[in-house]
Design a protein around this ligand. Structure first.
Ligand code: AMP
Length: 282
Protein backbone atom coordinates (compact mmCIF):
# COMPACT_ATOMS: atom_id res chain seq x y z
CA UNK A 1 0.00 0.00 0.00
CA UNK A 2 1.37 3.40 -1.00
CA UNK A 3 0.68 6.50 1.06
CA UNK A 4 0.71 9.59 -1.15
CA UNK A 5 0.43 13.17 0.04
CA UNK A 6 0.68 15.29 -3.11
CA UNK A 7 -1.38 15.58 -6.29
CA UNK A 8 1.70 15.29 -8.47
CA UNK A 9 2.75 12.03 -6.86
CA UNK A 10 -0.80 10.68 -7.11
CA UNK A 11 -1.00 11.46 -10.85
CA UNK A 12 2.43 9.91 -11.36
CA UNK A 13 1.44 6.71 -9.50
CA UNK A 14 -1.86 6.30 -11.36
CA UNK A 15 -0.57 6.95 -14.87
CA UNK A 16 0.90 3.46 -15.50
CA UNK A 17 -2.13 1.80 -13.88
CA UNK A 18 -4.47 3.65 -16.22
CA UNK A 19 -2.10 2.96 -19.12
CA UNK A 20 -2.38 -0.79 -18.40
CA UNK A 21 -6.16 -0.47 -18.77
CA UNK A 22 -6.82 -1.21 -15.10
CA UNK A 23 -10.00 0.16 -13.57
CA UNK A 24 -9.46 2.65 -10.74
CA UNK A 25 -11.94 3.13 -7.87
CA UNK A 26 -11.86 6.10 -5.50
CA UNK A 27 -13.37 6.15 -2.02
CA UNK A 28 -13.27 9.66 -0.54
CA UNK A 29 -13.31 9.71 3.29
CA UNK A 30 -12.48 11.99 6.17
CA UNK A 31 -10.69 9.19 8.03
CA UNK A 32 -11.52 7.87 11.54
CA UNK A 33 -12.33 4.76 9.60
CA UNK A 34 -14.85 2.13 10.71
CA UNK A 35 -16.47 -0.97 9.25
CA UNK A 36 -18.84 1.22 7.20
CA UNK A 37 -15.89 2.69 5.31
CA UNK A 38 -14.43 -0.80 4.93
CA UNK A 39 -17.64 -2.03 3.31
CA UNK A 40 -17.00 0.59 0.60
CA UNK A 41 -13.43 -0.67 0.19
CA UNK A 42 -14.69 -4.25 -0.22
CA UNK A 43 -17.19 -3.08 -2.83
CA UNK A 44 -14.39 -1.24 -4.65
CA UNK A 45 -12.26 -4.40 -4.86
CA UNK A 46 -15.18 -6.13 -6.60
CA UNK A 47 -15.55 -3.32 -9.13
CA UNK A 48 -11.98 -2.22 -9.89
CA UNK A 49 -8.37 -3.44 -10.01
CA UNK A 50 -6.88 -0.43 -8.23
CA UNK A 51 -8.46 0.92 -5.04
CA UNK A 52 -7.61 4.46 -3.95
CA UNK A 53 -8.91 5.74 -0.61
CA UNK A 54 -8.53 9.40 0.21
CA UNK A 55 -8.40 10.72 3.75
CA UNK A 56 -8.94 14.46 4.01
CA UNK A 57 -10.80 16.35 6.73
CA UNK A 58 -12.19 19.05 4.46
CA UNK A 59 -12.35 22.39 6.29
CA UNK A 60 -14.66 23.84 3.62
CA UNK A 61 -17.55 21.58 4.57
CA UNK A 62 -17.56 22.48 8.28
CA UNK A 63 -19.59 25.42 9.61
CA UNK A 64 -17.98 27.91 12.04
CA UNK A 65 -19.64 26.27 15.07
CA UNK A 66 -18.96 22.68 13.93
CA UNK A 67 -16.32 20.14 15.02
CA UNK A 68 -13.46 20.75 12.53
CA UNK A 69 -10.80 21.17 15.23
CA UNK A 70 -11.92 18.15 17.27
CA UNK A 71 -12.74 15.81 14.35
CA UNK A 72 -10.84 12.55 15.07
CA UNK A 73 -7.65 12.01 13.02
CA UNK A 74 -6.24 8.58 14.02
CA UNK A 75 -3.79 8.36 11.10
CA UNK A 76 -1.82 5.30 12.21
CA UNK A 77 -4.94 3.23 12.96
CA UNK A 78 -6.57 4.32 9.69
CA UNK A 79 -3.53 3.27 7.65
CA UNK A 80 -3.42 -0.11 9.42
CA UNK A 81 -7.10 -0.71 8.62
CA UNK A 82 -6.66 0.20 4.95
CA UNK A 83 -3.54 -1.93 4.66
CA UNK A 84 -5.47 -4.92 6.09
CA UNK A 85 -8.05 -4.43 3.31
CA UNK A 86 -5.35 -4.36 0.62
CA UNK A 87 -6.02 -0.81 -0.49
CA UNK A 88 -3.53 0.09 -3.22
CA UNK A 89 -3.13 3.82 -2.61
CA UNK A 90 -4.05 6.05 0.31
CA UNK A 91 -4.16 9.69 -0.72
CA UNK A 92 -3.75 12.02 2.26
CA UNK A 93 -3.24 15.59 1.04
CA UNK A 94 -2.66 18.43 3.51
CA UNK A 95 -5.01 21.40 3.68
CA UNK A 96 -2.27 23.42 1.99
CA UNK A 97 -1.98 20.90 -0.84
CA UNK A 98 -5.74 21.15 -1.45
CA UNK A 99 -6.32 24.83 -0.79
CA UNK A 100 -2.95 26.56 -1.21
CA UNK A 101 -2.23 30.27 -1.14
CA UNK A 102 -4.54 32.22 -3.40
CA UNK A 103 -7.18 29.49 -3.66
CA UNK A 104 -10.30 31.31 -4.86
CA UNK A 105 -12.71 28.85 -6.44
CA UNK A 106 -16.06 27.73 -5.09
CA UNK A 107 -18.84 25.51 -6.37
CA UNK A 108 -22.47 26.14 -5.58
CA UNK A 109 -25.17 23.52 -5.96
CA UNK A 110 -28.85 24.41 -5.77
CA UNK A 111 -31.93 22.17 -5.84
CA UNK A 112 -30.98 18.83 -4.35
CA UNK A 113 -28.70 20.47 -1.75
CA UNK A 114 -31.55 22.56 -0.34
CA UNK A 115 -33.47 21.53 2.79
CA UNK A 116 -32.67 18.52 5.01
CA UNK A 117 -28.94 18.71 5.99
CA UNK A 118 -28.39 21.50 3.45
CA UNK A 119 -31.01 23.59 5.22
CA UNK A 120 -29.37 23.08 8.62
CA UNK A 121 -25.70 23.28 7.59
CA UNK A 122 -25.28 26.40 5.44
CA UNK A 123 -22.57 25.97 2.81
CA UNK A 124 -21.91 22.35 3.75
CA UNK A 125 -22.74 20.80 0.38
CA UNK A 126 -20.86 23.52 -1.52
CA UNK A 127 -17.78 22.51 0.50
CA UNK A 128 -18.45 18.83 -0.22
CA UNK A 129 -18.94 19.53 -3.95
CA UNK A 130 -15.66 21.44 -4.11
CA UNK A 131 -13.55 18.79 -2.41
CA UNK A 132 -15.16 15.92 -4.33
CA UNK A 133 -14.59 17.75 -7.63
CA UNK A 134 -10.93 18.23 -6.73
CA UNK A 135 -10.48 14.61 -5.61
CA UNK A 136 -12.13 13.34 -8.81
CA UNK A 137 -9.96 15.57 -11.02
CA UNK A 138 -6.81 14.63 -9.10
CA UNK A 139 -7.52 10.88 -9.23
CA UNK A 140 -9.57 10.60 -12.46
CA UNK A 141 -11.06 7.28 -11.28
CA UNK A 142 -13.39 5.11 -13.35
CA UNK A 143 -15.74 4.79 -10.39
CA UNK A 144 -16.19 6.57 -7.08
CA UNK A 145 -18.12 5.02 -4.18
CA UNK A 146 -20.27 6.96 -1.71
CA UNK A 147 -22.42 5.66 1.15
CA UNK A 148 -26.21 5.94 1.33
CA UNK A 149 -25.65 6.88 4.98
CA UNK A 150 -25.13 10.41 3.62
CA UNK A 151 -28.06 10.11 1.23
CA UNK A 152 -28.38 13.80 0.35
CA UNK A 153 -24.60 14.01 -0.20
CA UNK A 154 -24.80 11.05 -2.60
CA UNK A 155 -27.48 12.79 -4.67
CA UNK A 156 -25.60 16.11 -4.58
CA UNK A 157 -22.54 14.34 -5.98
CA UNK A 158 -24.55 12.56 -8.68
CA UNK A 159 -25.96 15.97 -9.69
CA UNK A 160 -22.49 17.55 -9.66
CA UNK A 161 -20.95 14.81 -11.81
CA UNK A 162 -23.82 14.96 -14.28
CA UNK A 163 -23.89 18.79 -14.48
CA UNK A 164 -20.12 19.14 -14.94
CA UNK A 165 -19.76 16.09 -17.25
CA UNK A 166 -17.14 14.56 -14.96
CA UNK A 167 -16.32 11.18 -16.54
CA UNK A 168 -16.82 8.92 -13.53
CA UNK A 169 -19.47 6.42 -12.47
CA UNK A 170 -20.88 7.16 -9.01
CA UNK A 171 -21.70 3.96 -7.11
CA UNK A 172 -23.95 3.94 -4.02
CA UNK A 173 -23.12 1.67 -1.06
CA UNK A 174 -25.79 0.56 1.44
CA UNK A 175 -25.68 1.77 5.06
CA UNK A 176 -23.48 -0.37 7.29
CA UNK A 177 -24.91 -0.68 10.80
CA UNK A 178 -23.84 -1.78 14.27
CA UNK A 179 -25.48 -4.93 15.71
CA UNK A 180 -28.16 -2.76 17.33
CA UNK A 181 -28.76 -1.06 13.94
CA UNK A 182 -27.14 2.28 14.76
CA UNK A 183 -25.66 3.57 11.48
CA UNK A 184 -21.87 3.52 11.79
CA UNK A 185 -20.28 6.96 11.82
CA UNK A 186 -16.90 8.45 12.73
CA UNK A 187 -18.77 10.85 15.00
CA UNK A 188 -20.34 8.06 17.11
CA UNK A 189 -17.25 8.22 19.34
CA UNK A 190 -18.63 11.52 20.66
CA UNK A 191 -21.48 9.56 22.30
CA UNK A 192 -21.24 8.91 26.04
CA UNK A 193 -21.99 5.28 27.07
CA UNK A 194 -25.48 6.40 28.15
CA UNK A 195 -26.13 8.18 24.83
CA UNK A 196 -24.78 5.19 22.88
CA UNK A 197 -27.57 3.04 24.37
CA UNK A 198 -30.22 5.56 23.28
CA UNK A 199 -28.75 6.25 19.80
CA UNK A 200 -30.44 3.30 17.94
CA UNK A 201 -33.85 4.85 18.78
CA UNK A 202 -33.43 7.16 15.79
CA UNK A 203 -33.32 4.24 13.35
CA UNK A 204 -36.10 2.45 15.25
CA UNK A 205 -38.38 5.47 14.91
CA UNK A 206 -37.61 5.77 11.18
CA UNK A 207 -38.51 2.11 10.74
CA UNK A 208 -41.64 2.58 12.85
CA UNK A 209 -42.84 5.50 10.69
CA UNK A 210 -41.81 3.71 7.46
CA UNK A 211 -43.83 0.63 8.50
CA UNK A 212 -46.96 2.74 9.10
CA UNK A 213 -46.57 4.55 5.78
CA UNK A 214 -46.06 1.30 3.88
CA UNK A 215 -49.33 -0.14 5.20
CA UNK A 216 -51.56 2.95 5.71
CA UNK A 217 -50.13 5.53 3.26
CA UNK A 218 -49.01 9.05 4.08
CA UNK A 219 -52.34 10.39 5.46
CA UNK A 220 -51.02 10.43 9.04
CA UNK A 221 -47.44 11.38 8.22
CA UNK A 222 -47.32 14.67 10.11
CA UNK A 223 -48.77 13.07 13.23
CA UNK A 224 -46.40 10.10 13.02
CA UNK A 225 -43.41 12.46 12.74
CA UNK A 226 -44.65 14.59 15.65
CA UNK A 227 -45.11 11.53 17.88
CA UNK A 228 -41.63 10.20 16.99
CA UNK A 229 -40.08 13.62 17.61
CA UNK A 230 -41.64 13.76 21.09
CA UNK A 231 -40.57 10.18 21.79
CA UNK A 232 -36.95 10.84 20.81
CA UNK A 233 -36.85 13.98 22.95
CA UNK A 234 -38.26 12.04 25.91
CA UNK A 235 -35.55 9.43 25.37
CA UNK A 236 -32.85 12.11 25.65
CA UNK A 237 -32.27 13.51 22.14
CA UNK A 238 -31.74 17.22 22.71
CA UNK A 239 -32.78 18.47 19.28
CA UNK A 240 -34.38 16.93 16.20
CA UNK A 241 -33.12 18.80 13.10
CA UNK A 242 -35.63 17.05 10.84
CA UNK A 243 -37.56 13.88 10.13
CA UNK A 244 -38.77 14.15 6.55
CA UNK A 245 -40.20 11.99 3.77
CA UNK A 246 -39.03 12.72 0.22
CA UNK A 247 -39.10 10.71 -2.96
CA UNK A 248 -35.94 8.71 -3.65
CA UNK A 249 -34.52 11.63 -5.69
CA UNK A 250 -35.23 13.90 -2.70
CA UNK A 251 -38.06 15.66 -4.54
CA UNK A 252 -41.36 16.43 -2.81
CA UNK A 253 -43.67 13.43 -2.52
CA UNK A 254 -46.53 13.39 -5.04
CA UNK A 255 -49.49 11.03 -5.51
CA UNK A 256 -47.46 9.06 -8.08
CA UNK A 257 -44.40 8.56 -5.81
CA UNK A 258 -43.72 4.88 -5.17
CA UNK A 259 -40.11 4.81 -4.05
CA UNK A 260 -39.38 7.17 -1.15
CA UNK A 261 -36.82 7.87 1.59
CA UNK A 262 -37.47 8.81 5.17
CA UNK A 263 -34.53 10.87 6.43
CA UNK A 264 -33.59 12.22 9.84
CA UNK A 265 -30.94 14.22 11.65
CA UNK A 266 -30.93 14.68 15.42
CA UNK A 267 -28.57 15.78 18.16
CA UNK A 268 -27.82 13.41 21.00
CA UNK A 269 -25.54 15.32 23.35
CA UNK A 270 -22.71 16.72 21.21
CA UNK A 271 -23.26 14.16 18.44
CA UNK A 272 -25.39 14.90 15.39
CA UNK A 273 -26.75 11.58 14.13
CA UNK A 274 -28.12 11.17 10.61
CA UNK A 275 -29.92 8.18 9.17
CA UNK A 276 -32.40 7.23 6.45
CA UNK A 277 -34.51 4.27 5.37
CA UNK A 278 -36.19 3.38 2.06
CA UNK A 279 -39.99 3.43 1.99
CA UNK A 280 -42.20 1.82 -0.64
CA UNK A 281 -45.51 3.62 -1.10
CA UNK A 282 -48.61 1.80 -2.33
P1 AMP B 1 -16.92 10.19 5.91
O1 AMP B 1 -15.56 9.73 6.29
O2 AMP B 1 -17.87 10.25 7.04
O3 AMP B 1 -16.89 11.46 5.07
O4 AMP B 1 -17.51 9.07 4.95
C1 AMP B 1 -16.82 8.66 3.80
C2 AMP B 1 -17.74 7.82 2.95
O5 AMP B 1 -18.15 6.67 3.71
C3 AMP B 1 -19.04 8.56 2.56
O6 AMP B 1 -19.38 8.19 1.23
C4 AMP B 1 -20.04 8.03 3.54
O7 AMP B 1 -21.37 8.06 3.07
C5 AMP B 1 -19.56 6.59 3.70
N1 AMP B 1 -20.03 6.04 4.97
C6 AMP B 1 -19.84 6.54 6.21
N2 AMP B 1 -20.46 5.78 7.14
C7 AMP B 1 -21.07 4.78 6.45
C8 AMP B 1 -21.89 3.67 6.83
N3 AMP B 1 -22.23 3.45 8.10
N4 AMP B 1 -22.34 2.85 5.86
C9 AMP B 1 -22.02 3.08 4.55
N5 AMP B 1 -21.25 4.11 4.14
C10 AMP B 1 -20.79 4.95 5.06
Amino acid sequence: MRVIRTTNELRHALKPIRHDGKKIALIPTMGALHAGHMSLVKMAHNLAECVVTSIFVNPKQFGPSEDLASYPRPEIEDLAKLSMQNVDIVYMPSVDEMYGAGFSTSISITGVSEGLCGGKRAGHFDGVALVVTKLLLQTMPDIAIFGEKDYQQLLVIKRLVSDLNIPVEIVAAPIHREKDQLAMSSRNIYLTPEERKIAPCLYQQLQHIAGHIATDGIGNLEKLIAVSTDYLQEKGFNHIDYIELRDSNLQTITSSTRSARLLAAAFLGKCRLIDNVPVILK
